[in-house]
Design a protein around this ligand. Structure first.
Ligand code: SF4
Length: 382
């Protein structure tokens, strides 16, 4: 079996005001990090034993996400990596990504991570304006964001991705342009640019309800998105997914597994796996997660097996996120029927509206469809 591997590291130095990811604020040396490290290694063993019984486990990608994985010590990260290598055949050219935040990775640690085999780092810079970073509740300044990229380069990382955010409270089109300019000047291999989403049960959601959060309106947000595409493409970045841009040959291989709706293992609290047609999600609470593992069980909280129609709809929805769209032959090989046949009605309607194009064996969003991506994708769900 071939599948990507995601490992969720559920700790951060401080909780950002907009974040609903499963992560807990910790100080350096917090004993929960060590308990988690032992637990996740045991989870890898338990899960691998079940799946390896039928076929060897080949992993082309490994992604440490979070949370803030760069809070782990090199010894802890090394232990998790060694466990993965024991139970999976990690490809010789595997993409091994680690998410980090400015202020959590000095040059010694970056070199140690590099020596362990991490070959791609994603840095949560978000903005190059201190006032916007403060508004988001980030722990770092704009200068520290830029310095983090230089530190990683000096440590030997040539595949660095930078995360940016737009539609931040108080942000103007001009300040977003400046953030894009500074990002491009650093020449990272990859840039992710997401708009701020207000998630339930976050301080941002409460402040918005109380009328204390002043965000750019929908038109301004759309303008920022169009500016992002124009600016990054003019600077030589390929716009390969709704929110992702890459220099040649630098797309995220791991995220493409998600967008192609292909199998992946997920380890750690709240992590999702998609294996043999079953999507399962681990317990969110650290104690429930660790208790399950201590009993020798997979710490799964919920699971579902998307039916044929749902699995096809999800494959379309995820695949349309990529600019290259859904490859008809790949879809037909998987489901035994061509997407043009299953979705003849929506494809005709959306093509007539100029939102979709179905040609040369692919179905993809047009530039106009991109701006209405969520509405277009919803047309394919049962
Ligand atoms: S650093 Fe990332 S994961 Fe951690 S609280 Fe902030 S947004 Fe959430």
């Amino acid at each position: 079996m071939q599948a990507g591997i995601y490992i969720h590291i559920p700790f951060c130095a401080r909780k950002c005001s907009y974040c609903d990811f499963v992560s807990w604020p910790v100080a350096a040396g917090d004993e929960r990090i060590e308990a988690f490290t032992d637990g996740v290694c045991r989870e890898i063993e338990i899960v691998a034993r079940v799946h390896a019984a039928s076929a060897p486990l080949d992993a082309p990608t490994l992604f440490f996400g979070g949370g803030t994985p760069s809070l782990l010590s090199p010894e802890q990260l090394g232990r998790i990596l060694a466990t993965v290598r024991t139970h999976f055949r990690l490809a010789a050219d595997a993409e091994i990504t680690l998410e980090s935040n400015p202020g959590t990775l000095d040059s010694d640690k970056a070199r140690a991570f590099r020596d362990l085999g991490v070959n791609r780092i994603s840095v949560g810079v978000q903005s190059f304006h201190d006032s916007e970073l403060r508004a988001l509740g980030r722990i770092h300044t704009a200068e520290e964001g830029a310095a983090a990229i230089e530190t990683l380069r000096a440590a030997g990382f040539d595949n660095v991705s930078l995360d940016l955010m737009f539609a931040i409270p108080g942000q103007s089109l001009e300040s977003w342009r400046e953030t894009l300019r500074r990002a491009i000047a650093l020449r990272p291999a990859h840039i992710s640019a997401y708009s701020l989403i207000i998630e339930p049960e976050t301080p941002f959601e409460r402040w918005e309800r109380e009328g204390r959060l002043h965000r750019p309106d929908e038109d301004a947000e759309a303008e920022m998105y169009e500016e992002t595409i124009a600016t990054l493409c003019a600077a030589g970045y390929e716009h390969y997914e709704v929110s992702n841009f890459a220099l040649p040959c630098r797309r995220s291989r791991h995220n493409q597994i998600y967008w192609r709706n292909e199998p992946y293992f997920g380890f750690g609290p709240s992590a999702t796996s998609y294996l043999e047609g079953i999507r399962s999600t681990n317990a969110r609470s650290l104690s429930d997660y660790l208790d399950g593992i201590a009993r020798g069980e997979r710490p799964v909280e919920q699971s579902e097996a998307p039916s044929g129609a749902l699995a096809m709809g999800e494959t379309m929805m995820l695949g349309l996120r990529m600019r290259e769209g859904v490859e008809s032959a790949r879809f037909a090989a998987r489901f035994g029927i061509a997407p043009e046949e299953v979705y003849a009605g929506p494809i005709r309607r959306l093509s007539d509206a100029g939102l979709l194009r179905a040609e040369e064996g692919r179905i993809a969003l047009t530039d106009r469809g991109l701006l209405l991506a969520n509405n277009v994708m919803a047309e394919f769900l049962p």
